[in-house]
Design a protein around this ligand. Structure first.
Ligand SMILES: Cc1cc2nc3c(=O)[nH]c(=O)nc-3n(C[C@H](O)[C@H](O)[C@H](O)COP(=O)(O)OP(=O)(O)OC[C@H]3O[C@@H](n4cnc5c(N)ncnc54)[C@H](O)[C@@H]3O)c2cc1C
Length: 455
């Protein structure tokens, strides 16, 4: 007989884990089903040969919701922070140049030409209106500032965070605050200042954080908290609606299959899978969710004796403009940011290759990827010998792309969900892939579900 539970969360990445945790905190007996043998989705930290490796996200920006969650889970004292003022670099003409991080640094930086600085002043004192049509990040940056800013700073930043193509990413959906600032104030700077003033509480200086034992510590704490309410090796293969408006899911497990039914169904799984499962209820789910593009990314971690690296590695790492003609998108200097990432006397450097501007890269073999990354970063950082350690993880669907038309897709999804009560979607492909945003969205989803179940 099919067991019935009030709420069922499908997918045990950070989005599903947090949603199930928050529902249970309100007293709802929510169960979580995860297809893989381990929870966490793309968040994976492993230790090998004395190196602590992050196979997916290397760290996260602190947010009030994340801090609160860590406090509730009792892992606040496990948090470690990257040095607040550590410089970030961008590769310009073969040299690593510091990224200007303050208005003063921007105006005095030789990275930016006078016409771009003038464009910023024009924004501060002038008035502009965003076009009605969805605008790409590239079009936005060229319209408001300059092609140089796009090439040297905005493009590399977009590669670093989204592994995406600024010509296709929507500014409205990717950098919604910039879009809203211009729309509401006629100026990005004035709009952002106004937004900062409306925020309640003390001013936030988001820091880059992780845990002593790696980012996966958050996943472990959530899993421990969920206990028997979480089931791994439980892949949902079918979803049907029952006459009483509840849902039944067919679960494929280790050599067996069973089912569960629930009044509230929260899908915290990638959009293509969610679309396929929901197609039996309404085929529009598949046509809206299936086409969400993901960037393929290879994460290449290389270890070297520190003595082999001439560069001081003082900072976060560097980003590479596409115009530099290299395949590495950027490199994080893990062992400069957090303690315990490499054995004594060694450095751990993690590079990202691929993204939507170079989809072929993630199809290379791990050996080729390690060799390619070593070749490219060795010349930038003056590294002499081969790495003494390497680890390559290829994510064919790493990061969601909020391409042009994403806002319209979200609006259509919201309408579709209204006509399918009892179904919720949460996950990195809706609003932002950042871990902090996934947590906020999962908490908001849990709140909505709890409200509906209480009706
Ligand atoms: C290489 C890389 C680097 C990143 N760097 C950063 C960073 O520095 N900072 C940051 O904040 N974020 C970063 N991110 C983004 C962030 O890690 C992700 O956006 C976030 O972890 C996604 O969580 P999720 O739960 O939404 O999705 P996922 O982690 O994809 O979880 C979905 C889960 O659903 C499960 N599932 C799928 N199908 C089924 C099914 N049929 N039945 C049951 N379960 C199913 C999957 O097994 C998976 O566990 C990075 C991501 C990657 C890949």
């Amino acid at each position: 007989m099919t067991r019935h539970v009030p709420a069922l969360v499908i997918g045990g990445g950070i989005s599903g884990l947090v949603c199930a945790y928050a529902l249970r905190k309100t007293g709802i007996d929510a169960q979580l089903l995860e297809a893989a043998p381990r929870p966490g989705g793309v968040i994976q930290s492993i230790t090998r040969d004395g190196f602590l490796l992050e196979l997916g996200p290397q760290s996260f920006s602190s947010t009030p919701a994340l801090r609160q969650l860590c406090a509730e889970l009792g892992i606040t004292n496990e948090i470690i922070e990257a040095p607040l003022h550590a410089p970030r670099y961008v590769l310009i003409d073969g040299t690593l140049r510091p990224v200007p991080l303050s208005p003063l640094a921007f105006f005095t930086s030789s990275l930016i030409d006078a016409s771009t600085k003038w464009a910023l002043l024009r924004d501060v004192f002038g008035k502009s209106t965003p076009p009605d049509a969805d605008e790409s990040i590239a079009e936005f940056t060229r319209r408001k500032f300059s092609a140089q800013l796009l090439d040297r700073l905005v493009g590399p930043f977009v590669s670093g965070v989204y592994a995406g193509d600024p010509e296709r990413l929507s500014v409205r959906s990717t950098f919604s605050q910039l879009y809203e600032a211009e729309k509401s104030s006629g100026s990005i700077v004035r709009g952002m200042l106004r937004l900062a003033k409306t925020k309640k509480g003390p001013r936030e200086h988001p820091t880059l954080q992780t845990f002593r034992s790696g980012t996966e510590a958050l996943v472990r704490a959530l899993s421990t908290n969920l206990g028997a309410a979480m089931r791994t090796n439980a892949k949902i293969i079918r979803l049907t609606k029952n006459p009483d408006a509840s849902f039944t899911v067919q679960i494929e497990g280790e050599g067996n299959s069973d089912s569960l039914s629930a009044k509230a169904l929260i899908l915290a799984i990638p959009p293509d899978t969610a679309g396929r499962l929901l197609a039996d209820l309404d085929s529009s789910f598949e046509s809206l969710l299936g086409p969400v593009e993901f960037a393929a990314v290879a994460v290449v971690s290389l270890g070297y004796p520190k003595s082999a690296i001439t560069h001081s590695l003082d900072g976060f790492g560097f980003l590479v403009p596409r115009s530099a003609g290299l395949r590495v998108l950027g490199t994080v200097w893990n062992s400069s940011l957090f303690p315990g990432r490499a054995p004594d006397g060694h450095a751990l450097l993690t590079s990202f290759v691929g993204g939507t501007t170079d989809p072929a890269a993630a199809k290379l073999t791990p050996d080729n990827l390690a060799a390619l990354v070593h070749r490219e970063i060795a010349s930038i950082l003056s590294i002499n010998p081969e790495p003494t350690f390497s680890n390559v993880t290829i994510w064919p669907r790493a990061l969601p792309q909020f391409n042009l038309g994403h806002a319209a897709r979200l609006a259509a999804l919201a309408t579709l969900l209204k006509s399918n009560p009892g179904i919720w979607l949460t996950g990195n492909y809706l609003r932002s892939p950042a871990i902090g945003s996934c947590v906020e969205q999962a908490l908001a989803t849990a709140e909505e579900v709890a409200k509906r179940l209480a009706q």
